[in-house]
Design a protein around this ligand. Structure first.
Ligand code: HEM
Length: 428
């Protein structure tokens, strides 16, 4: 039997990072085995796509947009998550009070990670595991233990895999018009009741409100980073160094032989494969929408700023769907340096297109959103993802890719032909 242990120590963040001080896999053991809240819906009436950084930042943080308007525009776009997952967090609620309480709670969860957490998974005998299922289980395990205080010993691989599959199934169904069979959500909730200890504070809480924003994004970042380390083994050096000495300095240090830092690799994953590829807002349509068709962007943003609160119960067909195409904006433009379409972590460390242009900064990424609703974990998540990758690699796990396997992609169902080979315990 193999098992995995990650020891994470999250340090206070003086330089905007709460970092992991140790990432270690002792044993890895597995059985058999997107988009996050805010992604665009599949159906819309009038849909406008924003593809460049300026228009996206204006959409997500309009200069005069008040918080209730921003929250209402997001909540309406995310309605399907209430139906599918019974989520009533800030992602689906227009309430400022819900926002403040939820964000405070999530920040506290991240900041409280000042103690180690051990992750153990128990696999079947077969060494090669389906890649996406395995990574999903590792990250789900970590989120359950680190953020929800689940008992690692109770988290068996088959149950983690079933949970991740059901979550995925619900996610897919949430995009379709057909009613969702209630037993799916009931099964997730029953499993969470068994895993997460009940306390006075969390009584009645829907733990999916914590799990979905953290797990759905993180597992895909970890998967893509591991895949790129497989495709270019030189990328491993930064993760080995960070795993051996998990400090903020080491996370950002380029290896002596010119290999990029672990931080640069994760930033490049977030740039080219943002887990939230598109961020949607629903904005009430102005009474005379046709009149401003010649200035669509200005008109839409103006309506966003001034009209939203005045028509809160407008039916869906009277809303414009505004979509920030984060993926497109992060794959184009001189700000990223040469060949913005290429996976090149070194771009974060060297000057861009001209000698006078500095490397891009992490703040330029839109992968965590922008403005007042920007992800609370934007400083924490890259270090956490790097620690998980470092832990998987240092356990001796190896990625394999069969001939004809899927190309690397940040999608949920994109890993046909990929596997993770887990060393036997005596070899680890
Ligand atoms: C690589 C990992 C992650 C990515 C790419 C990501 C991405 C995002 C994005 C794009 C938003 C903005 C959504 C919008 O504007 O509608 C967001 C918000 C948020 N994320 Fe993350 N996220 C990640 C990890 C996490 C984790 C680990 C947590 C919790 C531990 C988390 C908690 C939140 C919360 C609470 C918000 C709402 C912030 C607010 O409304 O003020 N995220 N995230």
């Amino acid at each position: 039997m193999l098992s995995l242990a990650l020891q994470l120590l999250f340090l206070p963040a003086l330089l905007a990072f709460a970092l992991i001080s140790a990432a270690r896999i002792r044993r890895l053991s597995l059985g058999e085995s997107t988009t996050k809240l805010g992604d665009e819906p599949t159906t819309s009436t009038a849909r406008t796509l924003f593809r460049d950084r300026n228009s996206i930042t204006s959409l997500l943080a309009p200069s005069e947009g008040d918080l209730p308007s921003l929250l209402a525009a997001r909540a309406h776009a995310n309605e399907r998550f209430t139906n599918a997952f019974d989520i009533h967090s800030t992602f689906t609620s227009p309430s400022r009070a819900v926002h403040d309480t939820f964000v405070r709670r999530m920040k506290a969860l991240i900041d409280s990670k000042a103690t180690g957490c051990d992750v153990h998974l128990h696999p079947p005998a077969a060494a090669a595991q389906p890649f996406d299922k395995t990574v999903r289980a590792i990250v789900l395990h970590l989120v359950l233990v680190a953020l929800l205080d689940a008992d690692p010993a109770a988290l068996e691989y088959p149950a983690l895999d079933r949970f991740a599959e059901t979550l995925n199934d619900l996610w897919t169904r949430s995009k379709a018009p057909a009613p969702i069979p209630p037993h799916l959500l009931a099964a997730l909730q029953a499993q969470l009741r068994a895993w997460v200890p009940r306390t006075q504070e969390n009584a009645g809480a829907n733990h999916l409100e914590v799990i979905i924003p953290a797990y759905e994004t993180m597992w895909r970042v970890v998967a893509v980073a591991l895949a790129h380390v497989h495709l270019d083994p030189r990328l491993r050096a930064g993760f080995d160094a960070f795993g051996a000495r998990p400090t903020a300095d080491e996370l950002g240090r380029a290896a002596v032989d010119g290999a990029p830092s672990a931080h640069s690799v994760v930033l490049e994953v977030l740039r080219l494969y943002p887990p939230t590829r598109r961020i949607a807002r629903h904005v009430p349509r102005a009474p005379h929408a046709d009149a401003d068709a010649h200035h669509p962007l200005a008109a839409l943003v103006q309506r966003f700023l001034f009209n939203f609160n005045t028509r809160p119960s407008t039916p869906t067909r009277d809303f414009d769907v505004l979509v920030a195409d984060v993926e497109a904006a992060q794959r184009e433009g001189a700000a990223w340096g040469p060949d913005p379409d290429a996976f090149d972590p070194r771009r974060w460390e060297r000057a861009g297109g001209s000698p006078s242009s500095p490397p891009p900064s992490a703040a330029a990424l839109l992968a965590f959103g922008h403005g007042r609703l920007k992800c609370v974990a934007s400083g924490w998540a890259p270090g956490a993802a790097a620690a998980i990758v470092a832990g998987v690699l240092s356990a001796g796990a190896r990625v394999e890719r069969a001939d004809g396997a899927d190309a690397v992609s940040g999608g949920r169902d994109a890993w046909r032909g990929w596997s993770l080979v887990v060393p036997a315990e005596e070899d680890a």
